[in-house]
Design a protein around this ligand. Sequence first.
Ligand SMILES: C[S@@+](CC[C@H](N)C(=O)[O-])C[C@H]1O[C@@H](n2cnc3c(N)ncnc32)[C@H](O)[C@@H]1O
Length: 73
Amino acid sequence: LLNPWPIKGLFDVIFCRNVMIYFDEPTKEMLLSRLTEQLAPGGHLYIGHSERLIGDCTARYASIGQTIYRKIR
Ligand SMILES: C[S@@+](CC[C@H](N)C(=O)[O-])C[C@H]1O[C@@H](n2cnc3c(N)ncnc32)[C@H](O)[C@@H]1O
């Protein structure tokens, strides 16, 4: 997750559950920023129940359930 991704295009849904817990706060923020860039407008991000959004990306999501977020901008 922390190396360059061989990914082209955007995803409608990304599940990244119970992985950020291993990373320090700056790394979590960087990963969330990268995930946000790979998510299509209106797409959904699922994270673990013990995880939360942090950093600038927070303003780009609406919470639509327990640790489920829709990208709004
Ligand atoms: C607690 S498990 C969660 C598995 C699954 N996502 C779930 O919720 O059931 C944590 C997973 O994160 C993976 N992981 C940890 N650090 C990683 C990294 N830097 N890049 C990719 N995967 C990583 C581990 O290999 C493991 O599969």
